[in-house]
Write a protein that binds this ligand. Structure first.
Ligand code: SAH
Length: 360
């Protein structure tokens, strides 16, 4: 036990240290890991939990990722794009609740009208949400995939100051097995570099428990986050969606759900220990596997939660994976459910705050 404690308190981690921690199976040792992560979190970021209201504003997608339920080849999905006013309304509600930030997520499109639309929405949200409590309006995070430098610059100038783009996996081999040839690991990486250069706070992350993914791959993912000096992490379990090519994967390449869930919690804890001052989300996918998944994420060192703000009638069309929770709950119910969940972990929700890791 003491050696695990010692390992967790290292100032610097080598690949093999990370592999050891991710491989822990003994419940008491796992408890040491989660407690150490919590202590590190409290030291580095305090006991605040930050909310980022999530609006999945469109499921129209030009990509064909083999794991994703809204991939363009899935013809069973009814495609939608919210109207600008619907998104701005959700943003106003978000600001009124005191959630300091909003995340605008969608499928991937690179056409001019989409870029114009996103830019316009960002500007309008900024104007609509300024208040004495939030003089600069809501913090806006975009999650609209790979774009060119010009588009990223326009989004930044319009007032979005954070961008989430998951690398999905840092194993280039695995990446190529999960995506068609038109999507590449190197172009995803270039986008992350570009976003940093432009000035965004940059978030990335991976899926955990992908068929064929090893613990060593995951350890390298954490080193990748550290090397890039990433500001925010959003990662969660891979969950099968039946209408995708990857759902055909069976046999020993596929881990059981309990194992993937635990591995996801360990990834959060070890990322906290290695990166220290970083924002880590307890993602919805954790809750899709276990009812209290997001609370457990908080207990393993996460400090961000993304309450669902997508209008209810569209949520069922934004199914990235099977069993997505909160499909029939309105934003108000979601709010009270989340405050209960956060309180149960002994942490405190920070209202009216952007909660960035550093000032941009
Ligand atoms: N198109 C946008 C965001 C939409 S998808 C982008 O590229 O950033 C958001 C994230 O959902 C993806 O990055 C992926 O990591 C995750 N995701 C997709 N399918 C999933 C699945 N089957 N299980 C778990 N996570 C999934």
């Amino acid at each position: 036990m003491d050696n695990i404690k010692e390992l967790c308190s290292r100032p610097y981690f080598e690949l093999e240290d990370i592999v050891t921690l991710l491989s822990l199976q003994d419940p008491q040792e796992i408890e040491v890991l989660s407690k150490s992560a919590e202590v590190r979190l409290l030291q580095e970021r305090g006991n605040a939990v930050y909310f980022r209201g999530l609006v999945e504003f469109s499921n129209i997608c030009t990509c064909d990722c083999y794991y994703c339920g809204i991939r363009k080849s899935n013809t069973g999905v009814q495609r939608y794009l919210l109207q600008k006013e619907q998104i701005v309304e959700a943003a106003r509600w978000c600001a009124q609740q005191g959630y300091g930030s909003i995340v605008l997520q969608s499928g991937e499109r690179r056409d001019e009208s989409f870029i114009d639309f996103v830019e316009d929405v960002v500007r309008s949200i900024k104007e609509a949400t300024r208040s004495p409590g939030l003089p600069l309006g809501l913090g806006i995070t975009l999650c609209v995939g790979e774009q060119n430098a010009e588009a990223y610059k326009r989004f930044f100038r319009a007032g979005a100051h954070r961008y989430l783009l998951r690398i999905e996996t840092t194993s280039a081999d695995l990446f190529s097995q999960l995506h068609p040839k038109t999507q590449s690991f190197s172009s995803r990486k270039q986008c992350l570099d570009l976003l940093k250069k432009i000035g965004f706070l940059v978030g990335t992350g991976v899926m955990i428990g992908l068929p064929g993914q090893t613990v060593e791959d995951l350890a390298r993912d954490i080193l990748f986050f550290r090397d890039l000096d990433i500001d925010m992490i959003g990662m969660g379990p891979y969950i099968v969606h039946p209408e995708t090519p990857l759902s055909a994967c069976k046999g020993e390449q596929v881990r059981c759900t309990d194992e993937v869930f635990l591995l996801s919690l360990k990834m959060i804890a070890v990322t906290r220990l290695v990166l220290r001052n970083v924002n880590i989300a307890a993602t919805t996918a954790l809750q899709a596997i276990k009812g209290d998944g997001r609370e457990q994420g908080l207990l393993f060192g996460a400090n961000v939660i993304m309450p669902q703000l997508t209008p209810e009638e569209f949520r069922k069309e934004y199914l990235l994976y099977e069993g997505k929770p909160c499909l029939d709950e309105n934003a108000e119910q979601c709010k009270s459910c989340l405050s209960r969940r956060v309180a149960s972990t002994g942490r405190v929700i920070a209202y009216d705050a952007w909660g960035d890791r550093r000032v941009v």
